[in-house]
Design a protein around this ligand. Structure first.
Ligand SMILES: [Zn+2]
Ligand SMILES: [Zn+2]
Length: 396
């Protein structure tokens, strides 16, 4: 059990430093697998704090270890580092200095929280002792680049193998001072699908001599709407989206083909398997009925993020101790996807959301928006929640 340390006060004492780190990262955003400056600052700071630091993991990733004085569990904390190809339109003094690149998802805050946790954990390890091992992972390329998978392929889950993994996201969908921790499915499995509908082109005035891929496509798009509404149980969750439809160049020509693409999002493996099968059956079946042919390709991007019930309970209690249990909700889920799933597929873990919006101060633009910014109160809160959860495992 933890010794009733006031982590909120300790994190609050770090506030100025946390804000300074966050603003420095914000001013110097870097795209996935190019986070050289961010990773360099992080590695230097972790070395100063006494961590064993490994750099260049998955190109720009940083992995750091802090050993306790006694054996115990290995707890891995994951923080992502990459920014987005967005031009910032905010007017804050810490606006992006890197044209066309912006921390519009909050990963600048994640890095600052990670350094804050590293600072406090090292202090406690030195002063009061610690059991087990803290493994900090600063990950490159989260934004659709599967940096987590590259890290797993490079062995980040070995030497030592973590027993528990925690990850968090600053979340402008919820007000600052709240935390979302849900047991079970929290973020969706994501698939990308692409499809070529092949017909037979010809004159727009002589349709009987053609196989019209536009008419086939229209029916495919309509029929796909029935997969979620008629095949998935109303108690379950799934999304089938058609994101692009491209075909035809002239008003009086029936084109030979139409290209489609879209995404599929699901939580449970059973629903996922069924939806993938039905999408294929519907597309191939409707095309065949129209006399067209299809080349359909469905590619798995990330698995679902599934929180371990026991670990989620530890985080829920930790969050409650920091923000009050009335401000912790267990129903924050999204059909967005997260490559932290690649870690959590192998190690029991919890991915939780740190509310960060402040509507009164105008800090509530959505993630990936050129006006995205968040209430920096979330930084000490995030550090305190992480420390409180760590104290449970590492007896800080
Ligand atoms: Zn993002
Ligand atoms: Zn993000």
């Amino acid at each position: 059990m933890s010794k009733q340390i006031d982590f909120t006060a300790e994190a609050e004492a770090l506030r100025e430093q946390l804000v300074a780190w966050r603003r420095d990262f914000h001013m110097h955003p870097e795209l996935g697998f190019q986070e050289h400056r961010s990773a360099g600052l992080i590695a230097d700071r972790l070395r100063e704090l006494g961590y064993q630091v490994q750099t260049g993991v998955a190109t720009t990733g940083v992995v750091a270890l802090l050993e306790g004085q006694q054996p115990g569990p290995v707890v891995m904390l994951r923080f992502d580092m990459d920014a987005l190809p967005i031009t910032e339109v905010n007017e804050a003094q810490y606006v992006s200095q890197n044209p066309g690149v912006m921390h519009a998802c909050g990963h600048d805050g994640h890095m600052a929280i990670g350094l804050g946790v590293a600072t406090l954990a090292a202090q406690h390890q030195r002063q009061d002792g610690m059991v087990g091992t803290l493994k900090l992972v600063f990950q490159p390329g989260e934004e659709g680049m599967d940096g987590a998978k590259v890290m797993v392929d490079e062995g980040v889950l070995e030497n030592p193998r973590p027993d528990v993994v925690l990850a968090t996201h600053i979340w402008n969908e919820k007000p600052v001072g709240t935390v979302g921790v849900s047991p079970g499915a929290t973020m969706a499995a994501a698939e990308k699908w692409t499809c070529i509908v092949r017909g037979k082109g010809g004159h727009g005035a002589l349709p009987h001599q053609t196989v019209d891929p536009i008419v086939a496509t229209a029916q495919i798009v309509t029929a796909l709407q029935s997969v979620v509404s008629r095949n998935v149980s109303p108690q379950e969750t799934a999304v089938v989206t058609v994101g692009t439809v491209h075909g035809g160049d002239a008003f009086n020509v029936i084109p030979p083909q139409v290209d489609l693409s879209g995404t599929i999002r699901t939580y449970s493996p059973q629903v996922r398997e069924m939806v993938l099968r039905r999408v294929r059956e519907v597309i191939e079946g409707v095309a065949a009925a129209c006399g067209a042919e299809v080349d359909l390709d469905i590619v798995s991007l990330t698995p679902a993020v599934i929180n371990d019930a026991g670990v989620a309970e530890v985080v829920r209690a930790a969050a409650g101790a920091v923000v009050g249990s009335e401000n912790v909700s267990s129903d924050v889920r999204t059909m967005g996807s997260e490559d932290a799933a690649f870690f959590m597929q192998q190690v029991p873990g919890c991915y939780f959301f740190l509310g960060s919006a402040n509507a009164e101060r105008g800090l509530n633009a959505p993630h990936h928006n050129p006006r995205f910014d968040f209430d920096e109160d979330v930084l000490p809160l995030g550090v305190a929640v992480m420390m409180q959860a760590l104290a449970h495992y590492l007896h800080l």
